[in-house]
Design a protein around this ligand. Structure first.
Ligand code: UT7
Length: 333
């Protein structure tokens, strides 16, 4: 029997219409357009406004676009997996909300939380469901409403984040394309350096947690920066070497979009500065959304067989790299 692999066979995306500019942010905290552009590389980010609109609002639209573009009947989808750190609710899952509103009525649904590495963790999970031979059509939705956990009185974090969501379809293939290799890592000693402390079971929501700003992202920026650069570069080099690739073989590298200086440093260490997908300037850090939104925007430049490295780093710390061969000549619907 031929070996079954998992391949991304389509992609959808959604970013909210409302734009939050650096100028808007500098009305809220002591910062400037110049500081944000030069230190982080962000020019603007999207913000999902409106009461009751959570991550599912964006996920539903990304999945609707994905199903339209691929022409797949939602009733054929067997799994809807949502990777997000900003679920709509404590429970039920965001995946169940998305499946219900996109007509994926026959799907098993579950959420996964991998912070900024969430797309890679979701991809590895979904790919193995496909490789098992049991599932043939899986939708992975990955993204965040980061503005819902951003403290707009904290200049260290509030310029960084935005909202957005991507969705990919994974199907089986016996062709030499798809998710070739994955390396995922965790270092739990990063806990206190990047965390939203309140609202979980350790510190349930109370007047005190709200007063202490514990429902927002806390980040020790410098510490996270150093680890993001060294860990993403190391794991990307590890997957390149493990698979006998040369840097000339690589068509694209897709790094998590947290800081343009991190992206540049990782690209330089890999020696591939001209083949990097970048959209941080428009969307900021959408956490689990950054990598699928890059693939979504660059889709029409992708060709079947392209060698692509995805790499991410986030809270936990969690990080990793995926080596994939793109499955189709890309074009937008
Ligand atoms: O997605 C998950 C992973 N996250 C990341 O990978 C993010 C990693 N970290 C970073 O991207 C950067 O560390 C930041 C963008 C968060 C901060 O940049 P930095 O160059 O590391 O700045 P810093 O924290 O070392 O601060 C340098 C200076 C400080 O002033 P002093 O102490 O030198 O006088 C800060 O108070 O910049 C100041 N500063 C600001 N100034 C203007 C910090 N934030 C701002 C601001 N506007 N928004």
């Amino acid at each position: 029997m031929e070996k079954i692999n998992a391949v991304i066979s389509g992609i959808g995306g959604y970013v909210p219409e409302d734009i939050l500019t650096n100028e808007d942010i500098s009305q809220l905290v002591d910062t400037s357009d110049e500081w944000i552009r030069t230190r982080v590389g962000i020019e603007e980010r999207r913000i999902l406004r409106g009461e009751g609109k959570g991550t599912s609002y964006m996920g539903i639209r990304a999945v609707q676009q994905l199903l339209e573009k691929t022409g797949v009947n939602p009733e054929e989808i067997e799994v809807v997996l949502c990777s997000s750190t900003t679920p709509d609710f404590g429970f039920p899952t965001t995946a169940s909300v998305i499946a219900y509103n996109t007509g994926c009525v026959n799907a098993m649904t579950f959420d996964l939380q991998g912070a900024c590495s969430g797309f890679l963790y979701g991809l590895e999970t979904a790919a193995n469901y496909i490789r098992s031979g049991r599932y043939k059509k899986i939708v992975l939705v990955s993204g965040d409403k980061m503005t819902s956990i951003t403290d707009y009185t904290d200049r260290n974090t509030c310029p960084l984040f935005g909202d957005g969501c991507g969705a990919v379809l994974l199907e089986p293939t016996t062709e030499p394309v798809g998710i070739i290799d994955t390396i995922l890592k965790t270092d739990g000693s990063g806990l206190s350096h990047l965390i939203m402390k309140g609202g979980g079971s350790a510190y349930p929501s109370s007047h005190e947690t709200v007063d202490n700003h514990m429902h927002y992202v806390y980040q020790d920026g410098k510490y996270v920066f150093k680890h993001a650069v060294s860990y993403m570069a190391a794991v990307s080099l590890e997957i390149v070497e493990k698979n006998g690739l040369k840097k000339e073989d690589l068509d694209w590298v897709v790094p998590h979009q947290a800081n343009l200086r991190i992206i540049d440093a990782v690209a330089n260490r890999l020696g591939i500065a001209d083949k990097v997908m970048i959209n941080i300037q428009k969307y900021g850090n959408t956490s689990a959304g950054t990598i699928p939104l890059c693939l979504w925007e660059y889709e029409d430049q992708l060709k079947k067989g392209d060698d692509i490295i995805l790499t991410a780093f986030g809270a936990g710390f969690t990080w990793g790299a995926v080596y994939l061969k793109w499955g189709y000549d890309g074009k937008k619907a």
